[in-house]
Ligand binder design. Structure first.
Ligand SMILES: [Zn+2]
Length: 99
């Protein structure tokens, strides 16, 4: 196994979203774009930037908004699946979703 690099979210932000499994930093409140998403397992948040992620292979997946190319995202620290991100970057979907 390679070395594990964990990035910290700047502490100047008031609220930090963390991995629900291992509590490593994922994103600051400032990076939260929307809470209006629905994931496979319930409510999902859309972020502009998320740290400490590894990205799975690209696949076509049917979402409520249609067919999209997306990749599952995993916590770098504990390898648990956190959600997914759009693989095709446009102005409308420039973000990550973390469950
Ligand atoms: Zn984790």
């Amino acid at each position: 196994m390679g070395r594990l690099f964990i990035e910290s979210v700047p502490t100047t932000t008031t609220r930090i979203y963390k991995c629900k499994y291992c509590k490593v930093d994922l994103a600051s409140y400032d990076e939260l774009e929307s809470k209006e998403f629905q994931g496979r397992y319930g409510k999902a948040y859309l972020f502009k930037t998320v740290v400490n992620l590894s990205v799975g292979p690209v696949e076509d997946r049917e979402l409520s908004s249609g067919l999209h190319k997306i990749s599952d995202i995993y916590c770098t620290s504990c390898q648990q699946i956190l959600g997914w991100k759009y693989a095709v970057w446009t102005l409308e979907n420039l973000s990550f979703v973390v469950l």
